[in-house]
Design a protein around this ligand. Sequence first.
Ligand code: FAD
Length: 503
Amino acid sequence: MHTELLTALLTLVMGSFASQEHFQSFDDGVRPTAQQCCNSLEAVLVSSVILYPGSSGYTDQLGSYYSLDQATQRPACRIAPSTAEDVALIVKYATSSRCEFAVRSGGHMSWEGSSNIGHNGFTIDLEGLKLIELQDGGETLSIAPGLTWGEVYAFLKPHGLHTVGARSPGVGVGGFLLGGGVSFLSTEHGLGSDNVLDYEVVLSNGSIVHANKAERSDLFWALKGGSTNYGIVTRFLMPTMPLTQLWGGFLTYSANAVPQLYERMVKVTDQLKVDPRGLMIICTAWNPATKEHTVWALALYLAPHEYPSPLFDGLQDIAPIGGTTRVTNLGEILDEAGQALPKSQYSQWFTLTFKADAKLPWDVQLKGEDIFGDLESSDAHWEVLVQPMNEGMFSAGQKRGGNPFGLSRTHENLCLVMLVMVFWTNPEESALIKAKTQEYLKVSMDLARERGLLTEFIYANYASGTQNVLESYGEENIKKMRAVKEKYDPNNLLEVWKGGWKL
Ligand SMILES: Cc1cc2nc3c(=O)[nH]c(=O)nc-3n(C[C@H](O)[C@H](O)[C@H](O)COP(=O)(O)OP(=O)(O)OC[C@H]3O[C@@H](n4cnc5c(N)ncnc54)[C@H](O)[C@@H]3O)c2cc1C
């Protein structure tokens, strides 16, 4: 009721703004400049912070992007709303005036333009939306997209609770849940987005609505993998679960151990159909200083059993160089995981999903030498990270009303998702390394395809902006997603929202 009243008021207010001269409307056919969009919004927004280039706040916000490719884009202004009503006002104005914008939650998507924009647009920075509260006696958690998962876990820890979020503290609630979201709990509880119980979302016309199983169930389904097609989510309702005591930790190995490690991982993945509480991730990385490949693995079991059997039988026989596996709690593992990936560099990511195979990931890692090997004096390096996608992950989603990913359509129980990351620091190398990364993507895909291992699904949260993420969900799901789009944004007003994957 409260929301409906506010929306009605907003519509009235926006109606009167649209008639003001400096608010060039869509119908006039004249598109305001990004600067005019910022100025017009500044005149009407009361509880939002508007930052312009040169201010320290603007610079600070840019510093929070994970990839320098995103951080070096310079929008005409950055607008940080602190209420859903202000988000609604911004969207309503931007879509009616055709102002281009991007939306940032945690800023961890790596490709340029995914959550930031150049001088021809403005960025809605959701950092001011920090509301977090336990509901239903602690069984559910309401979270706003300005939070990072580190902040969510810090809030939950004193309550002995956890939820299905990212494995690195800086990742934002918004982007993670709009792209799917693989958590430490996903082999058992499914993707993050499969766990969302309710979305509060601002639609293209500026209305604020809820989508859940009972209300707008079509939009609820589409938002589980909706990217930037349906609206800006201003609240997510998630279930909570006890902060589990578990066994796990990081293990480092020499490159000689890689073939055996991947053999073990394929077995662990297979066993997940019997016991979904385990997880194994392997990461191989080129070290440009030593010109060697380094290797780490994460082994995890969501119960406090020393070397859980039969899942991890045989892992002890592969001698690590170092390791931290022990009985501990999830919070400790999250702290360790937060250190696992490099920060403040240029980075390009891509991904592929393949039938569980012990050879492909290491061959892809080695192909990196052919592609980047001639960058002799460069600090550029690449990493290949592989983790399972198991049947439990797919069925958890189905039980909660399904999602658009089409995973059960293309996947067998034994499936691995590969994330390839390329990092460098010298901006003068950017054009060359980006071109080489696209070549690497093609070579890796071809290798998987030639061996009959490539599966269709492309995971949005790991993908390059050049990958056809939505197409990978299958024709039927795309048709369904389009029908939902037609219903909630019939004139494609959200075309002015840049970044993400568009239908
Ligand atoms: C160090 C690191 C660790 C990671 N760990 C994991 C992991 O454990 N599991 C995993 O699955 N992925 C992981 N990722 C990938 C990550 O989930 C994606 O990059 C995700 O998109 C980041 O979310 P964000 O909010 O930080 O990103 P942003 O760059 O802010 O947003 C990403 C996209 O979502 C859109 N968006 C953001 N908020 C909203 C909203 N409220 N409503 C509508 N659209 C919105 C943006 O416009 C943008 O297109 C990791 C990435 C990094 C860099």
